[in-house]
Design a protein around this ligand. Sequence first.
Ligand code: ADP
Ligand code: ADP
Length: 225
Amino acid sequence: MLKVQDLKAAYGRVSAVKGVSLEVAEKEIVFLIGPNGAGKSTLLKIVSGLHRPSGGTISFAGAEIANQTPETICRRGLVLVPEGRHIFGTLTVAENLFLGTTIRNDRAQIRADIDEVLAIFPILRERYNSAAVYLSGGEQQQLAIARAMLQKPRLMMIDEPSLGLAPLVIDQVYESLRQLNAKGMTLLVIEQSTARVTDLASRVYVMRNGKIVLHETKASLGDGS
Ligand code: ADP
Ligand code: ADP
């Protein structure tokens, strides 16, 4: 579904991505792991059209997207949940979710879509009429993912969903990722450590200093356990 080949990018003279190739197949959940500064966010920004690559190709669902605008890429079904939970604190959970729905849907469809999302994120049902600013970090992360889901992406990319969360809360967020994937959503997830990815991952890439230094598939991940 997504195929990145020999991607390169720089900020001025600082090279951040140095010839990265990776792929995500339909219905997979793929992790891109690496320490701070490895180039992971730059890679996601390029794939979302927010930063121009200096070389390489990106094919998504059969189309070349390396130099398309973020709007076009989003409309093709590739949606990014950026690091830091970009939700509207003064709006309620309900209002944040409605903002994620597409304008072409009718109200009955929007209700059905929101019900489907609330089934995966039951905590949001309990907090439906709370202002998002009163949600815990984990709840805000789930709201950000839930809202992205309402755009019905073909591939959702999530930048560090566990950032700043307590271990038990990370478990809840990961449980919702598992359910999302079980419903057929294809996911590309960025994290700094492999701590909790191995039981979920179809594929893991480890990135360091602008390069992929390790690629493991489900089969090879299963070997050690
Ligand atoms: P990661 O997401 O893995 O932490 P980044 O993609 O954010 O890595 O950063 C990769 C490299 O690019 C780092 O050396 C970082 O300092 C640099 N970098 C990231 N964003 C910018 C920017 N806006 N301007 C200049 N350098 C940047
Ligand atoms: P409107 O106010 O525009 O008529 P609602 O907010 O009542 O729309 O409903 C939108 C969707 O969200 C419906 O599918 C509804 O079932 C669901 N919903 C509304 N309020 C809640 C709630 N407190 N808890 C769970 N689901 C809710």
